[in-house]
Design a protein around this ligand. Sequence first.
Ligand code: MTE
Ligand code: HPA
Ligand code: MOS
Length: 771
Amino acid sequence: MDGGDIRGAVHTNIRHDSAVKHVTGKAVYIDDMPVPPDSQEVALVLSPHAHARIVSIDTSAAAAAPGVSAVVSAADIPGKNDIAPVFSDEPLLADGVAEYAGMPVVAVAADTYDLAFSAAKLVRIEYEELAPVLSIEEAWEKEQYTYKPPRIVFGDAEAAIGNSANVVSGEVRCGGQDHFYLESHIALAIPGEDRDITVHSSTQHPTEVQHGVSHVLGVALNDVTIEVRRMGGAFGGKESQATIIAAIAALLADKCRKPVKLRLRRDDDMIVTGKRHDFLFRYRIGFDDDGCIDSAVIDMAARSGNVADLSGGVVARALCHGDNAYFIPNALFRGWPCKTNTVSNTAFRGFGGPQGMIAIETAIEHIARDLGKSVDEVRAVNWYGTEDRNVTPYGQPVTDNIMPELVDRLTREVDYDGRKKAIDAFNASHTTLKKGIALMPVKFGISFNAPMLNQAGALIHVYTDGSVHLNHGGTEMGQGLFVKVAQVVSSVFQIDIDNVKISATRTDKVPNTAPTAASAGSDLNGMAAFNAAEEIKTRMAGIAGDHFGVPPEDIEFRQNRVYAGNESLSFAETAQLTWNQRVSLSATGYYRTPDIHWDGDSMTGSPFYYFTYGACIAEVAIDTLTGESRVLAADILQDVGASLNPSIDLGQIEGAFVQGMGWLTSEELVWDDKGHLMTHGPSTYKIPGSRDVPPHFKVHLLDDAPNRVPTIFRSKAVGEPPLMLAISVWLAIRDAVSRTGDYKLMPKLDAPATPEAILMSLEDIKQRAGA
Ligand code: MTE
Ligand code: HPA
Ligand code: MOS
């Protein structure tokens, strides 16, 4: 069924359906859509204070300003001022209190953006400043959390640590990250009859935007339709945060009964919407003389921001990846979702997984330094087993572990040992430049931590000319989901993919969807579309069987035709015949992931349908005078099962790796002591550029590795896991720093390893080594 005799079958390298449109600028994003007459644009009034009581709001002058059609604050919300995705009481507009600098308080719609902007300046708000809590430490100390702190308890970690031959303890941090998608947040809300409203939203989660708009307007879900054709990047930043923008646009449109477009300028986008959670980790690890871990106590304190948002899921995923690829017989992993007066932290590629892995990888390095062993030796004695030593701290057995072999293969293929020796030689003959090298294994759990989100729907129509209309609940953000799902449909019907029309995601076509997230988009929507297409194919086979006088089992769909032995009809003729016989050519498909369960109170269960595995070896050079670093080489081996589309997957791996590099080396979020974000544009916030891509950058997909559990054509998810491979870069920088002290000391180097941070850690090693 996956043969290559049609164009666009699964497992073939077909380009992204919009590739040409992306590079020629013809792809239509929301800001490119022709707006209806009378459309209004929006300016926001943001809280200048990180924490303040709102004493009064006077919008009268703004409302009377030229061109203004609506001004709204919390008091104007007809429904509920709550857009919480998981918990409740997370306001759309500040009500009585502002909890971060940049929190929207008032929104103004006018004929043009300039008029809205001028009118917004006329809004008078009186604040009474309150003391803000700005750091993880302060919130942690005050036990100020956004929800009840969770923990994973496995064995008896405290007792085991007491009996361990060796113990190390330490602290490490990782920074947050702005998504920096090319298309900033945007929504266009168009009011219809009565209080109906259609919102074009740049969102990964149309259903949640629908819920948010319905709550805020106080209308039913069936009054609200959300549409998204594509996003110009999302990376988790448009999972919950899009609701803020869509709901404000809808609120204004509902009030003035005109179409309203809200597009955030880059600076506002960075100030108003959430980012990756930064974490502070404290660990204590007990281990034997081989470096084999008996026990790990890890505290993971996350900046949650002003509200919980998705922190429950993010911190849970961090805790569930605190093991990474290692068996830990006694584990106590505690999560601390610290409530701070900074913008709410949210989903970002990896969803807590990358952060959880930073902690255990630091601990592994610490064990190696303590025993005077190589980090890779310590890793090897701690891998999950297959028969025993194979249960995660949350109780899920690891049944598909291929990490030891995968790492063996990669290290042999790139001559890891030889390259380590070459680096020793280089470092011996260079004083200013120092090289470092490191391996990073990544085991990542696939499925949403919340089991209910692991479901999807699709809607397929076959028309009488044989052309196919495809719709499903997944959204396209550049990752290639739409082309993959179209490949599935093309393979089921055995027709060229050009006959499959990819269409915008809409809540009135496929309802009650999960976000396109957790890397599960193609697993879920691919299966739902497969089921819908199979249903129609079965009906068409019945009609073709009657036509040829053979049982339906003898009908074969092949090369755009429908065969009974040597006789055949074209796919289009069969579609026409099916209609003539009054049999439906339209079907919905549904899928839910089997075999998963999770108890959120005890933090136990089997939340992941399967794991993906990957490893990267990265080589870096640091300049010991300036602290600058360069990634010289990165070699990746990634398990993607039987890839639906190897060239798309390659692009996902490359992009994720470079995005991870940015998080760990150059992207730094800085707030001033009043809680204002100082890094809110490209001049102060440094994302990687094309010249940061390693000159030697080789990505290999693990071949002959179909998923052992039945997924869509035995493929595996790819979207997030490779981001964590970039931790190899951070570890390689630590390796280079550590070599300046003869490997005897643990570098004091958090992420991101910016030039300043590297320089300070070099200085610290120098002083400690000399002391
Ligand atoms: N790739 C591109 N080009 N743009 C994106 O916004 N988001 C990532 C990843 N790859 C993203 C991307 C994130 S965070 C996730 S969860 C997955 O894509 C979601 O899509 P999928 O489930 O279809 O892989
Ligand atoms: N990943 C991404 N988004 C999510 C998840 C997850 O595991 N759970 C809830 N939202
Ligand atoms: Mo991705 S962070 O799960 O949207």
